[in-house]
Design a protein around this ligand. Structure first.
Ligand code: ATP
Length: 278
């Protein structure tokens, strides 16, 4: 079976700076992976390359998602639109249209499947509206559907972005530091929502995180980056404070919270839903 994400010998250079340095990795369908690393280690750049938002260097190999090309040798693939349709994105800065309703922001996820005319005028049909409401209910904010997106808290806005990925019918969600701007309670709620979404719908999930304690609490597999390279790819059980210090030296401090991996794990996950929304 084709990988949810296959990155093959990808590098990205800005001037003399190698932001991503010959990275190869494979994420299986339905797999959940944390991408950790100190600030500037290349996590965001790798996620942007994986989704086709940034081009890798011409000397790179390629990126494919479920067998569909995203980019190859520093050029977007001719099938990138099809690849993007199955990749949902969640960013640190929410990336919603604040003046539009929560419902409309979620319906944006359906645009990729709509004809040009209906899409241009935002003429969503009843089926699409029902799907959007079901997705909002699933992430626990259906009661806010009519509010403007900017009226929601950061954590709620992040859950709107997750609902949008559900409506999109994403098979792979890439979340770039989705909890970096949130207080601990909202951060935990967003992580619960992401993991529940992935588990209930079989969606592969890659989440970049500064906070290693969240990585070990929520993920079985961790990929660690340092200076653009993958320095570890393996079970999260190996990620201890001592191991991080071995990997990162003094900059490990940035990744280790005083809580020392104390985030409560699976038993506090949100209740599961057996009803796929798309
Ligand atoms: N558009 C850009 N132009 C020039 N340099 C860039 C650009 N984007 C990123 N970089 C550099 O590439 C390196 C990797 O940055 P990147 O944002 O991918 O790291 P990160 O691990 O996501 O960091 P953070 O956790 O702070 O978001 C950094 O040194 C950064 O300054």
């Amino acid at each position: 079976m084709a990988a949810a994400l296959e990155i093959d010998r990808v590098s990205k250079t800005w001037g003399s700076m190698r932001a991503v340095d010959n990275v190869s990795l494979r994420i299986e369908p339905g797999e959940r992976v944390a991408l950790i690393g100190a600030s500037g280690s290349g996590k965001s750049t790798l996620i942007r390359i994986a989704s086709g938002l940034a081009l890798a260097d011409a000397a790179s190999g390629g990126v494919r998602s479920f067998g569909v090309g995203v980019q190859d040798k520093g050029r977007l693939s001719s099938e990138v639109r099809r690849a993007r349709r199955q990749i949902g994105l969640v960013f640190q800065q929410f990336a919603l249209v604040g003046r539009l309703s929560v419902m409309t922001n979620v319906l944006v996820g359906a645009l990729g499947r709509m004809g040009r005319l209906r899409g241009t005028f935002g003429l969503f049909n009843d089926d699409e509206k029902r799907t959007a409401l079901a997705a909002l209910a699933e992430v626990g904010i259906a009661q806010h559907a009519a509010k403007k997106a900017r009226e929601l808290s950061g954590g709620q806005q992040q859950r709107v972005a997750i609902a949008r990925a559900l409506v999109q019918g994403a098979r792979l969600v890439l979340a770039d530091e989705p909890i970096a701007s949130l207080d601990p309670k909202s951060a935990k709620r967003v992580m619960d929502t992401l993991v529940t979404m992935s588990r209930d719908h079989g969606i592969a999930l890659v989440v970049s995180l500064h906070q290693v304690d969240y990585a070990t609490a929520y993920f079985d597999r961790v990929i660690a980056m340092n200076a653009g390279r993958v320095v570890f790819d393996g079970p999260s059980s190996r990620i201890t404070a001592a191991f991080l210090t071995e990997l990162y030296g003094a900059s490990a401090e940035e990744l280790i919270l005083p809580s020392q991996f104390a985030v409560p794990a699976a038993e506090t996950l949100a209740p599961t839903s057996s009803e796929p929304v798309s």
